[in-house]
Design a protein around this ligand. Structure first.
Ligand code: HEM
Ligand code: HEM
Length: 181
């Protein structure tokens, strides 16, 4: 038995963001495409995907909403402790640690996009600190994505559940005893 968790827009925006960030990272490190239309387009798409998803986080359905998956620091700590002890509950939406990781991924993806755009404006073009900041944020998002993939693999393994498949189909196993919906 399965329930629908990730709606079509959540899934579409996730894979759009993933593809756009990956393309921007690769093209950014690939001179002469440094100043290329591919890099700028991918970067803008990433920023737009975050903005849209954030709006959907207020207007969308149950599991798309920020209020559903952004939990208090206390809940995050309790979850981390349970994880260390090897008995963290299964969450139907994002788990408490995952929820904050989502905010971090959005925030940094948007910040890389915004600094990239600012660097192309007459106002801030040529300032080295901005270019350095853009590069540092790009490294940060790359690091976070590696952490994100590690979290997905770990949660999939611990709860015997294909979370990657769920990000494509939208469906997950129905809540069982002990799960948190
Ligand atoms: C640049 C690459 C990526 C970025 C920036 C990224 C970002 C995100 C974000 C922001 C979410 C939250 C989704 C939402 O609620 O709208 C998410 C969830 C998720 N992502 Fe990614 N992602 C990336 C790549 C990937 C890849 C390559 C995979 C799979 C191999 C993946 C698997 C997942 C899964 C399974 C979830 C749901 C996690 C859960 O069940 O709580 N992501 N990702
Ligand atoms: C998710 C979004 C983005 C990512 C991950 C990203 C990543 C990168 C990376 C890795 C570099 C190379 C940094 C280095 O020199 O080591 C770079 C450079 C650059 N990016 Fe982006 N970028 C993004 C968005 C954008 C956007 C939206 C624009 C402009 C419209 C942009 C404009 C530039 C420019 C002009 C450079 C060259 C800066 C210089 O050489 O000083 N980027 N970006």
């Amino acid at each position: 038995m399965h329930i629908r968790v990730w709606d079509a827009l959540v899934r579409a925006l996730h894979w759009t963001l993933a593809a756009a960030v990956a393309t921007a990272l690769i093209s950014g490190h690939w001179p002469p495409s440094h100043f290329d239309a591919v890099h700028h387009t991918a970067g803008y798409v990433a920023g737009a995907a975050v903005a849209l998803r954030l709006a959907w986080g207020f207007a969308g359905g149950r599991y798309a909403r920020l209020a559903q998956f952004v939990r208090s620091p206390r809940a995050v700590l309790a979850y981390a402790r349970a994880m260390r002890a090897g008995h963290e509950p299964r969450y139907i939406g994002h788990n408490p640690l995952g929820g904050w990781m989502v905010l971090l991924l959005w925030g940094v993806a948007f910040a890389v996009s915004a600094t990239g755009w600012l660097y192309t404006t007459d106002w801030l073009w040529g300032y080295e600190w901005l270019s350095d900041l853009h590069a540092a944020l790009a490294w940060l998002i790359a690091t976070l994505v590696i952490g994100h993939l590690g979290g997905v693999v770990m949660a999939s393994w611990r709860h015997r559940e294909n979370l990657v498949g769920a990000m494509f189909s939208g469906r997950k196993r129905v809540p069982e005893a002990g799960d948190i919906d």
